[in-house]
Design a protein around this ligand. Structure first.
Ligand code: GUN
Length: 293
């Protein structure tokens, strides 16, 4: 079993971006600038956004964090998005999810202009991704593709089971892995809450992407010997053993599943850091106007 070190790969990608940023600036270019909108004070979102800002500092990007209260009106949020859309200094920006219930997420994500949508959540970017046109690819699936690539994990002709059909992970992941691409050409099965006999699917899988958000859901008896397991779950579970009062749990029962795997990602330190690396890469693409020329 080989542990996939997402933290190491993420830092290596960030180092490559840092070098490119230095060259860009040395040649008279503008410092890339990522902005983030954080609504309310959800603990997980606070941590994710703080990590994104830290990564900006690491690679030499300018960053701006715009905080809005949890009871902000949808109108005010849309106004803030419009200000970032038209701010010439901002190359790309994100609205951290989840949003409070009173805000229409689709309306918000559609308000971000596709040219600055470095999260790749806008329907235009999703559509372009599906059609193999240049697009910002959603950070988590993009990060997983890069991990499979870095570890030279064969994908062509492999049976891949994606568990979870969320718009930001499961759905785009299933599309990316079925593409005729270097990391791709899988026979993909997208499983979800209505799947009958999930185990019959996972036992047939060479690669399992677990993205349903249920701690320790995937057990050893659901995985075949030699499978590649990618764990996207990051659920905060209360714990008295940690100073923070919680521990981060993946969707995979790691201790029992890992001995059966050829490769597996840990939580933390697997997919999470790659999401950050992908966002940073997308922001560099935005600064260089490489997707929308
Ligand atoms: N919430 C969970 N994952 C993400 C992500 O990749 N981007 C944003 N904006 N919010 C998230």
């Amino acid at each position: 079993m080989e542990l996939i070190d997402g933290k190491k790969v993420s830092l290596a990608i960030q180092e490559e971006v840092a070098i490119e940023v230095r060259t860009l600036i040395a040649n008279g270019g503008k410092q890339p600038h990522l902005a983030a909108i954080l609504v309310g004070n959800d603990g997980g979102s606070e941590t994710y956004v703080a990590n994104k800002i830290k990564a900006c500092e690491r690679v030499g990007f300018k960053s701006t964090l715009l905080r809005l209260p949890g009871n902000v009106t949808e109108e005010k949020l849309l106004e803030t998005i419009e200000q970032l859309n038209t701010n010439k200094d901002v190359d790309g920006f994100i609205v951290q999810l989840p949003l409070p219930k009173h805000i229409n997420e689709h309306k918000v994500l559609e308000a971000v202009i596709p040219q600055k949508d470095v999260d790749g959540f806008h329907p235009v970017n999703v559509g372009r991704m599906v059609l193999d046109l240049p697009a910002y690819i959603s950070a988590t699936p993009f990060g997983i593709v890069q991990l499979l690539d870095k570890y030279n994990i064969p994908t062509a002709g492999k049976n891949c089971v994606v568990i979870g059909r969320s718009h930001i992970v499961g759905s785009p992941m299933s599309i990316l892995l079925a593409k005729n691409a270097k990391v791709g050409n899988c026979t993909v099965t997208l499983c979800h809450s209505k799947t009958v006999d999930l185990k019959s699917h996972t036992l047939n899988a060479d690669i399992i992407i677990c993205a349903l958000g249920k701690p320790e859901f995937l057990k050893a008896d659901m995985v075949r010997q030699g499978a590649v397991v990618i764990d996207v779950g990051t659920t905060r579970v209360p714990s008295t053993e940690s100073k923070t009062g919680f521990v981060l749990k993946g969707d995979v029962k790691f201790d029992e599943v890992s001995p059966k795997c050829s490769f597996i990602t840990p939580v933390p330190g697997g997919v999470g850091p790659m999401t950050i690396a992908s966002l940073i890469k997308n922001t560099l693409l935005a600064a260089k106007k490489e997707i929308y020329k």
